[in-house]
Design a protein around this ligand. Structure first.
Ligand SMILES: [Fe+2]
Ligand SMILES: [Fe+2]
Length: 147
């Protein structure tokens, strides 16, 4: 299955959170997760080469940067409109970012054992956070006139 196929299938599983910009960012996150999954699947067959580690570094860096960018956008909008669940969101975002820092240090130590657990966690976190936590701001932002 290609990354695009996985990303397209994932698109159907992600809920519409009401704010177009965030829907797009969620899709991009899911496509990164799909790309990461593919890489992990490939690495389960053979030990990573130097080239594979470079690929992991690059992809993980891209994921971390985009996660941070997305979280800051959401938090900014929540603060601007005084979203009542802001603190809860902020806490969840922070703890996920700490998790990413943890994983980053395993990657730096070239410890491949992080991959399977992390992949699973990444999907679970994304689905739960988008479909349960983020979707809860949908009506709030729609009422404020955002699309
Ligand atoms: Fe989000
Ligand atoms: Fe969020």
């Amino acid at each position: 299955m290609t990354t695009n196929t996985v990303a397209r299938e994932t698109e159907c599983l992600l809920k519409n959170v009401g704010v177009m910009e965030f829907n797009k960012q969620h899709l991009r996150l899911a496509s990164y997760a799909a790309e990461f999954q593919q890489l992990v699947d490939k690495l389960s067959e053979t030990p990573p080469t130097i080239e594979d580690w470079r690929h992991i570094d690059a992809l993980f860096g891209r994921i971390s940067r985009f996660v941070a960018e997305h979280f800051r956008h959401e938090e900014q909008l929540m603060q601007e409109y005084d979203y009542p669940e802001y603190n809860n969101q902020k806490q969840m975002h922070n703890s996920f970012e700490s998790k990413l820092i943890d994983v980053q240090s395993k990657i730096r130590g070239r410890d491949i054992r992080f991959t399977n657990d992390f992949c699973k966690e990444l999907w679970e976190w994304l689905f739960h956070h988008i479909n349960v936590v983020d979707v809860a701001y949908r009506d709030f932002f729609i009422e404020k006139g955002l699309k």
